[in-house]
Design a protein. Sequence first.
Lengths: 277, 383
Amino acid sequence: MIGIEIAQEHPLDKIIRADRMPHIWCPGCGIGIVMRCYAQAILDSGVPIDQHVVVSGIGCSGRVAGYMNIDSYHTTHGRAIPFAVGMKLVKPELMTTVFSGDGDLTAIGGNHLIHAARRNVDVNVICVNNFNYGMTGGQVGPTTPRGARGTTAPYGNPELPFNLPYLLAASGANFVARWTTLHVRQIRDDILYAFTRPGFTFIEVLAPCPVGFGKSNKIEDGLEEMELYRQRCKLVQDGDVRKDDLSIDLREDKPIYIGRFADQDRPPYQPVKVEVR
Amino acid sequence: MDDRRLLTGMHFMNGDEACAEGALAAGCSFFGGYPITPSTEIAEHLARRLPEIGGVFIQMEDELASMAAILGASAAGARAMTATSGPGFSLMLENLGLAVMQELPCVIVDVQRGSPSTGLPTMPGQSDVMQARWGSHGDYEIVAYSPWSVQEMFDLTILAFNTADRYRTPVVMLCDEVVGHMIERLVIPPHEQVEIWNRKKPKVQGNGSFDPFRAQDPDLVPPMAHAGEGYRVHFTGLTHDEHGYPEMSAETHHALVTRLVNKIKVNADQIIRTEDYWLEGAEIVVVAYGCSARSAQRAVREAREMGIPAGLLRLISLWPFPERLFEELSEKVGTIIVAEMNLGQISREVQRVTRRPVTGVFHAGGEMIPPEPILNAIREAAT
């Protein structure tokens, strides 16, 4: 007889809402990996769990707010960042994280994203970038590579994508990093690092969306996309990468640059206080 | 209370500034906004005043963000406000729906100007009345007040915060450019005369077991837990169960939306505010609100001086609509005249409720309706 021991507890039990499982994500989706890294970072942060708040917008990544067993706010499409800004300024002791997708944060929420980075509000953003609108069925968005196919670009995407690390660094974020779902330790470590950094932080995580993006672009499944990450990812060293090299096109055999792109000390936003005598 | 928060005494200021002082008196500690004529003085005044008392003033990148920011602030426990005019109000309606769905108290001040679109930025209008009522998608009820004086800009802003907190609902201040920019006497009362109604809080201690959307009281208002209090709440704009979890079923949706609507309906008698002048024995009643009620008051007084049995019903709250009041009024009076600076928005409601013709004194906006056309309508009705 083979001895099988079923674990009674999972290390993340107290921080994931088990009563919300199973989640809505498709097989091969990368969002769960990023959520797991975020959950681990919360546990490792030394900040009491009840001081952590997650705010998200709409879409598959936005559903993370519903699965985390912390104070969680699932807001409107694109508006997670300004909602989080209001919350953080009222209760600065809250460790406020926005967890959302590329469409939510950079298309409909793009204006809020650059202005929050410019103000340098002490909010951490985790952006899962799967190059498309997954929940609505694989439409192209501002991160879709030119020429890639989507359900709203059946002949190939005619538009050029955002280069998110440079957009955020140029807008003034104090910390900007990019990883892929292959880099679970680095994601956890950089979320932890973002918790300690005052000001606005932005972590982009490239993630497979086999049903929405992969299917239309000949990336057969999540594993194949992970393999592409493994083969092509190249860690940036300070200043050794040209800006246009940061663009991503999984269909071309060229490096995907990952790592930390900005780590600066611009003063974080503080509400004005005056003494009246 | 911080003595810089409540500037007790006699003042001479404009309506926008009085609104800002009313917000401070009510305990507002967060303002997120975007400049727009004719509401800008509210933001400017609070930019100077909130930092004096440890509150937060932030100028956001647009009205979409302003509205989202005050909801985040409210969810964290603050009394939060924004101020705008028609074009900005249009953008805020997206998250006004979120405020309804997540039951987040907040105050939105709309100092109305001539509309639609960019319209008449510096001139008055009253044409956002139906937008406030129906502008966000879906079925919901809203609370809206319509001040007619500088003093009321102050008083009703306090009431707006109290109502928002008591019923966990967004409240709209439907002001107009005339009231926003006119300068009048304002009396700010002493601390003990400022009534504050606080949010209903959970009776149980946190973690995970509290249901932030479970209404057990007859008022249908659930207690509210704030971020960082240990309750581990989930707030979503999706249809949700009493715990706050998304629940994609027709039954849950019907129950939720029905409660949200009934939450305002069952409390309507407590929310509705009206005022009347010379209504005793009146056969002709003028209905007006905001700056138009000032002209209507003059017209009705002059009609009375001519011996015409006219009266004035001034709507202080516009939404929820005082249906029972109009049903009763309809039994008693011969003619109902509605004077408003739009082409017939409240008059449509009056017709709906009374099921009878209503005389309209309408103007699309740009200048106050003067007393004369209202008096003419009264005289015509009297013949």
